[in-house]
Design a protein around this ligand. Sequence first.
Ligand code: SF4
Length: 151
Amino acid sequence: MCCRLGGAVARRAEVIGIVEAGYPDYFEEVAPDVYITRWSNNGVCPYLDGSRCSIYEMRPLRCRAFPVFQTDDGSVFLALCPLVSTMSQKDIVALRDLLAQCPLNELRIAGDYLRPHRKTIQRRLSIFQIQQLASASASGTMIEMNERMMR
Ligand code: SF4
């Protein structure tokens, strides 16, 4: 899903790692240390090869956190893709914690970059059921999901 919503957001070190591993550089620097894959193929990430990520081992942090994702206001959501049924609560918490390592400002910058394509992205997003991850315990072992469904 994330792979068809405008592409990947990354930091300089991640882009350097991808390029040094021999993959093509499809990123554009949109602000200092904020990179996003160039809009192409109607918002499908240029690293998507069929149904698989061609840089899977090197994919940026936000890609690794999926199906947990964030919107540019800081809200965190879980996309109810088939993968979720194979995941434990602990797995979901771990992905949420991974996402917390990503600076929010990069998402705001990416959001500005993608603004002209917002309708396309919203249309694609609207076919998925999404739950907001409302809160988590201090120990990180429990996660509460509210019932707000976005369709
Ligand atoms: S880098 Fe890979 S996982 Fe990330 S959006 Fe692109 S295809 Fe998907």
